[in-house]
Each structure stands twice: as C-alpha cells, then as structure tokens.
Design a protein around this ligand. Structure first.
Ligand code: ZN
Ligand code: ZN
Length: 399
C-alpha cells in the first residue's frame, strides 16, 4: 500500500505545487479567505465528495464515503496567512503587501487537497469515510472551534474515530522528517489582564494617596514565585508580563496600574490551577495593601494533546511510508499553541510536525515559522500529501 500512494502522488505533484504557489501568492488572513476557499473548491471540483462551506468563516468541509463500510477519520489543513511582509525572494512570493504565508499553511491546504484526490481515486477500496477539514483562522481566530460549532465533526454522520493534522516547519526539523510526541505536543496560551486600583495623589505625600505601582510590582514578582513554588517542574508554567503601564510623570501617583501576561501551560490540570492561583494572588495582594484589582484570565487555545495510541499509529505509518529514519520523537512539547487542540479535545488523534526546511539551508539556523524569511521547500509537498492519505487509509483499514 505504501509504495502505491507514493507512486500516485508523483502523478499529481505538479498540480499540488501549482496550488501551493497560487495560494502563497495570494495570501489571506483570518476567518474570511474567499480566494483561498475558491482555489480549494476548484481543486476538489469533480471529485466524488460531499462539500459544504462555512457560515461564520470561509471553511470547506469535504466528505468522502468509501465503497466499503467502516469508521470515519478526519484530516485537517489550515488555510490562513499572517500579517508579515515577505522577504524570501521566492518567485511565487506574496503579491499582497503585509500578508504572507509565513507559517506554511499554504502547504497544508495544497497537501490536503492532494490527499483528497488520492483518496477519491481509491474510493472503491476505502473502508469508511474521510472528512477533509479545510480551516481558516488558525492564527488566533480559533477557526477550528467555529468549524466544530458548525458541525465539522459530524459531517459524515458519525464522530471520527481519529483526527490528524500535519504542520510544516521551516527550520529545526530537517526536510522530510516527521516529528511529534505522545501526550502534550503544544502549550495552552492564555492571557492575564490586571488593573490594580489605588488612589492618585502627590508624589511627595504617598501617605495621602494609595499607590498602585508598588502593589502591581509586588504582584508581578509574586506571580513568578507562584510559578516556581506551586507548580511541578516537570509540568511547567511559563508566565511573562509583556506589558506594564502606570502613571504619567515622576511626582504624580496614578490612580491605577495595568499589566498583561501571557501564560503557557502544558496540561489541562496546570492550566486550571494557574488560573485559580493567579486570580487569587492578584486579589489578595491588592487587598493586603487596601486596594482592589480587576483581574481577567482570557482563554486562548487549549493544550494540544496527542492520544498515545494515535500517536503510535501515526509514527508507525510515517515509518512504513517514508522509512524509519524520517520519523523522530520530539523530546519536549513546543511552547507555541495550536487550535487543532479543540479537535483533539473531542477526537483522539495526533498533531505531527513535518520538516520543510529548504534543502540548501541548515535547519539549525534557517528562519523559523512566522519569520518574513521563513521558506518552505516544495519537496515536502509530495510526502506530506502521501502521509495525509496513508494515515486515513491505514487507520480505516485498522477499523
Ligand atoms: Zn503559525
Ligand atoms: Zn501554523
């Protein structure tokens, strides 16, 4: 089966590359990607798929029903770009100023469309259904959550038994290498907003005012102490106060002080605990100084957790398809976050990183995803497409 898919993909590799270049040249940001959606619909045109498009976003959901009975598998590719001005110099560079496919989602979209074509050609032997999830708005807008609300997980009439997503990397991971890990693979990224409310006054007479600045400073350092004293070092928390603002000049005590922190956690349990601990600490320190604090913990993307069994299956599949040397285990999770986490909260599955570092670049020093110079090698497209298709074929055959 493995050699078959690689032979099949060779026959369509030019069209996958063309689709990738076309999407790359006309990148779109956020939940509304009409041109990208059109390109996906055109690429799927004529295939035996049940296609629906989103209401609140320009998603494409396509369902392939195999000729034989079986379960359902979901494959996801995200489609959105970033507010970055491209400096790669590739011939198919972005024609839209300030917008670039700097995270490689153009490759995901093209590979998923290619996989749909490969699997449609095998409809007669397919034992079950495949849902192709073409998703806008990964970079912050939570498109996956909206697609779930609009029913993508039920698109085939029953919940998938497994879900897989590939994500290309422009550095670190060598070209063509698949890497991931069981359990947590990416962090949750949440935000803490704090306003300490004191009472302003003259800088020379602090006893007549209620100065919010030292209180806010104390909270910032206490949050760092909380991270090291209340959390397991092997289930870490990263808390960074990236914005802190108070006051206007040296001799005026302001009424309030504000700061914002990003909080990265690697387990749902730590995520819940850090929310509770941070909010409690903010209120109690402000109270200790006779002040009040407004604190809000704003949820970002949840922890991305690979199912151990599905991770093992994906590892076996990648090894069988591409060879053992092309699959490596990731020692630690990535501190970034990913909205495929919403899918993995409901369906066991695996999120796999796939090396697309240019063949002539050193993975250790090449520009990373989101950089204006992040370049992704077309050579990754065929194997990525084949891997998407093979994951679905093998998983359905396993029942
Ligand atoms: Zn990204
Ligand atoms: Zn991405």
């Amino acid at each position: 089966m493995a050699a078959g898919i690689l032979d099949d993909v060779a026959a369509i590799s030019d069209e996958i590359t063309e689709l990738r270049h076309s999407i790359h040249a006309e990148p779109e940001i956020g939940l509304d990607l009409p041109k990208t959606q059109r390109k996906v619909l055109d690429a799927l045109d004529g295939l035996p798929l049940e296609i629906s498009t989103g209401q609140g976003l320009s998603s494409v959901t396509a369902v392939l029903r195999g000729a034989r009975p079986g379960k359902t598998v979901l494959l996801r590719g995200d489609m959105d770009a970033l507010p970055v001005t491209e400096r790669t110099g590739v011939p198919y560079s972005s024609q839209v100023p300030g917008v670039m496919h700097a995270c490689g989602h153009d490759l995901h979209t093209a590979m998923l469309a290619g996989a749909a074509k490969l699997l449609c050609a095998r409809q007669a032997e397919l034992e079950g259904n495949v849902i192709f999830m073409f998703q806008p708005g990964e970079e912050g807008a939570g498109g996956a959550r909206i697609m779930i609300a609009e029913g993508v997980l039920d698109a085939a009439g029953e919940r998938p038994c497994a879900a897989y997503a590939l994500h290309v990397a422009s550095s670190i991971t060598p070209l063509g290498v698949v890497t991931s890990r069981p359990g947590t693979v990416m962090a949750a990224a949440d935000t803490l907003h704090v306003t300490v409310r004191g009472r302003g006054g003259h800088g020379s007479q602090p006893q007549l005012a209620s100065d919010p600045i030292p209180t806010a400073c104390e909270i910032v350092t206490a949050l760092q102490t909380m991270v090291t004293r209340r959390f397991d070092v092997f289930d870490p928390v990263v808390l960074t106060v990236g914005s802190f603002h108070a006051g206007t000049t040296d001799n005026v005590i302001p009424d309030d002080a504000k700061f914002v922190a990003t909080i990265r956690t690697f387990s749902p349990r730590s995520r819940d605990r850090v929310r509770e601990s941070a909010l409690g600490l903010v209120g109690q320190i402000a109270g200790a100084h006779g002040q009040q604090a407004d604190a809000a913990f704003v949820d970002g993307y949840p922890v991305t957790v690979n199912d151990a069994g599905e991770f093992g299956f994906a590892l076996q599949t990648a090894s069988a398809l591409l060879g053992d040397a092309r699959m490596t285990s990731m020692p630690f999770p990535i501190t970034g976050s990913e909205d495929f986490s919403y899918v993995l909260e409901q369906v066991p599955g695996a999120f796999l990183m796939f090396g697309a570092c240019p063949a002539d670049a050193d993975p250790a020093t090449a520009a990373y995803n989101h950089s204006a110079e992040a370049a992704f090698d077309d050579a990754a497209l065929s194997d990525g497409t084949a891997l998407y298709a093979e994951l679905a074929l093998r998983r359905l055959a396993a029942g």
